[in-house]
Design a protein around this ligand. Sequence first.
Ligand SMILES: NC(=O)c1ccc[n+]([C@@H]2O[C@H](COP(=O)([O-])OP(=O)(O)OC[C@H]3O[C@@H](n4cnc5c(N)ncnc54)[C@H](O)[C@@H]3O)[C@@H](O)[C@H]2O)c1
Length: 339
Amino acid sequence: MADALITVPVPLGGGRSYDVLVGPGARHRLLEVVPAGVHRAAVVTQEAIGVVVDAGVEQRIFFIGDGEPAKCLETVEELCRAWSRWGLTRGDVVVAVGGGVVGDVTGFAAAVYHRGVPVVQVPTTLLGQVDAAIGGKTGVNLPEGKNLVGAFWQPSAVLCDIEVLGTLPPREYRSGLGEMAKYAFLGVDRLPDLPLDEAVAACVRCKAEHIAADERERTGTRALLNYGHTLAHALETAGAYDLRHGEAVAVGLVFAARLARRLGRVDDDAVTEHLRVMAGYNLPTEVPPGSDPGELVALMARDKKAVDGLTFVLDGPRGVEVVAGVPADAVEATLFEAG
Ligand SMILES: NC(=O)c1ccc[n+]([C@@H]2O[C@H](COP(=O)([O-])OP(=O)(O)OC[C@H]3O[C@@H](n4cnc5c(N)ncnc54)[C@H](O)[C@@H]3O)[C@@H](O)[C@H]2O)c1
């Protein structure tokens, strides 16, 4: 079965390159990808996940809480303190086994514990496999907003085992499709026609290309991966996370298409295409009724990309690009636009 895995390289400078292995049984390759010479593995996961890994060295499991509230500085402190009591050192490895919440919080704790210990990501949600576990963005939320504290900390390897997706609740699987839909607008063709492992690998490949070109989001190439995310993060924060991340991204993608149309960058066909893709995945497309437009705009202004006024990733004649200085009234007027 091992031969059936797809390997997607993430080529980076400074010895930070790594491989993403995609396919059934990929988690069993952990022994091969932990850095040579490590003595211990701290496996971080959540009670509900139940995915067993074997790092081939002494290992201990550390559980964290569920959902966005657990993606906070307190969890990072608890993890670091527990690792310290166990005696984890820089010569050991941390293994994150879970969705984006486990991956982000564990990656960040690994980045700051002893100023950095190696981490292997074993994403167990579709969203984690196509996106969150790849690229080294780690971090936690503050009450003021999502992902406001974090670090770039590349994993030593990522194991995307599609077998483990079998236990994923249907809503979580669909949420992953929201993040997958994003790649359809970043140039990945025929996603719905591909077998699952190839579809995941195609998304990973697309993400890897953006990261290799702009590891730390300095030139704007990597920022394109945030397509749909400016509104998504605001919706998640405003609604105290009652939308799953991929659902919020789906709404954010359609909003971005409508905003691009309002700004004269695309025509009706582009909006129709966004709506068609979301319908194919049975994803939501509209801002939840009752959302406060003023609050959403204020939250979007606090987005990390917003260094020069309201900033969005928008489609246009040259394709998807970062657009700064978008007028607030255009944003507000688009929020509840139909069609
Ligand atoms: N770092 C990045 O580049 C990046 C990119 C995209 C999203 N994210 C972050 O990812 C997070 C969302 O991740 P998510 O959608 O994976 O949510 P999640 O991590 O909250 O997981 C969803 C739920 O599924 C459960 N679960 C996970 N794997 C399971 C399995 N195999 N079987 C049964 N249950 C399982 C979890 O316990 C959880 O209850 C957000 O915080 C988002 O900001 C990060």
